[in-house]
Ligand binder design. Structure first.
Ligand code: GCO
Length: 438
């Protein structure tokens, strides 16, 4: 019943992670947020996390052993620019060493400049609500790009800007804990301009130094929105509205160079020209939309009891949505796609294996239908600090014992290595892991 699903030659495989979730020892907007009682579900914090700051060599040895070809990680703005305009050379050197550690193992570094956490000084001047925030972010991008430009790096600018907007400015679940639609719109605009500023600074400094231009890849979070009742016009309309708001507005600007003002007018923003080589897509789940519910206030229809779920976050496992999301981005923007995150939090590793296979089947289906997809990264290499969930969700191909910091690859890590080695979802792999629930 299964057949071999081969991936295109040169397709790149690997995993993704972020600084604050793994490094430990950070002092930023998140470390302060974690101190507020009730903000983190299990009352934990990322003070130590996976101690990746000190153990990156060991972690990259594992990535290599597991066959990874690309590793996506983030550098911590708060370490590099602890006070506005003051740069910490020791920390810049650290990230040079991290990048080189990957390159020396034959792994392509994909580096994110911003993954949710802000420096304290930036938080104190209203972060993404400050009209000067795009330039401030651009300065930091320039500094980082200058220091790292002699290494072969793929650049991600801002990770999942719409999660920063929605969870930070609409639902108040992430810092700065605001619930205000107008402010959410303002943050969206500044985050888009910040992406443009970062891309422009990276391009300029590479030119000034006579280096070959790198790939610049903004990374977005996507959700497959579906009407609760496809025959109900209001549900369909609400679905389109949410898809536009959450999945499209920001990336449309990054690709087309246009900023949408709060009054609905649009204008060209020069810094966004030439700011996007690929689109980085993170996909985890779907959302069923009912016009009866106030979705912008966090209400959603009950989950389907027949679908498996992600631990803690309660996301439904819905692989078919991945295909539709990929098709829609290709149809809308015709930009090559890099799959920068996909995975599931679970202690049931057989579920993780099924999740990865069924999602890769959809990736393959999209490629067959002409979508230009260049690579796929599992979230995440190791278990780590899952933001407001604390340590309750286990996303790692590799298990971490937080008492001893011992790493232990799960069976899914070896299955993924087999997929990488054959550059295919072979018939045997699908049969072995999908034919029964273990
Ligand atoms: C995000 C982030 C990751 C998460 C992952 C699982 O998508 O929110 O990029 O930091 O840990 O997505 O929720």
């Amino acid at each position: 019943m299964f057949e071999d699903l081969n991936f295109p030659k040169g397709f790149q495989w690997g995993s993704a992670a972020s600084a604050h979730q793994t490094e430990g020892g950070n002092h930023n907007s998140w470390s302060e947020w974690e101190k507020i009682p009730g903000k983190i579900k299990d009352g934990s914090n990322a003070d130590i996390a996976c101690d990746h700051y000190n153990r990156f060599e060991e972690d990259f040895d594992l990535a290599k052993e597991l066959g990874h070809q690309v590793h996506r990680f983030s550098i911590e703005w708060s370490r590099i620019e602890p006070k506005q305009g003051k740069w910490n050379q020791k920390e810049i050197d650290h990230y040079c060493s991290v990048s080189k550690a990957l390159i020396n193992r034959g792994i392509q570094p994909m580096m994110t400049l911003h993954h949710f956490a802000n420096p304290i000084w930036f938080r104190d001047i209203d972060a993404w609500l400050n009209p000067e925030s795009p330039e401030m972010f651009g300065n930091y991008a320039r500094k980082a790009a200058k220091a790292l430009s002699d290494l072969d790096i793929i650049w991600n600018t801002i990770n999942e800007p719409m999660v920063v907007v929605a969870l930070g400015h609409l639902y108040g679940e992430f810092p700065p804990g605001i619930k205000d639609f107008g402010k959410a719109q303002e943050a969206t605009k500044h985050l888009l301009m910040a992406h443009g500023q970062a891309a422009t600074q990276i391009r300029e400094i590479y030119d000034e130094l006579g280096r070959k231009q790198p790939q610049i890849v903004p990374v977005i979070s996507t959700t497959h929105f579906m009407p609760a009742d496809p025959n109900n016009e209001d549900d369909v309309e609400m679905t389109t509205y949410l898809d536009n708001l959450y999945n499209q507005i920001w990336i449309r600007g990054a690709v087309n160079g246009q900023i949408e003002e709060l009054d609905g007018s649009t204008r060209n923003y020069k810094a966004l020209e030439n700011s996007t080589d690929f689109i980085g897509i993170n996909y985890y789940s779907r959302m069923v939309v009912s016009s009866e519910m106030d979705i912008l206030a966090g209400q959603t229809p009950p989950k389907d009891p027949n679908l498996e779920r992600c631990e803690g976050l309660d996301w439904e496992v819905y692989p078919d949505g991945y295909y539709h999301v990929l098709k829609s981005y290709w149809e809308n923007y015709s930009k090559p796609i890099f799959l920068t995150e996909n995975g599931i939090g679970t202690l049931d590793d057989s579920l993780r294996r099924r999740y990865l296979i069924t999602h890769l089947q959809q990736v393959h289906r999209a490629i067959q239908d002409g979508v230009d997809i260049r690579g796929y990264l599992v979230w995440s290499l190791t278990d780590n600090f899952e933001w407001a969930q604390g340590y309750e969700s286990h996303f790692g191909l590799v298990e971490v014992d937080y008492e001893t910091q011992e790493r232990k690859p799960r069976e899914s890590a070896f299955m993924f290595r087999e997929i990488i080695e054959s550059n295919a979802l072979t018939k045997e792999i699908q049969e072995k892991h999908l034919s029964r629930k273990v």
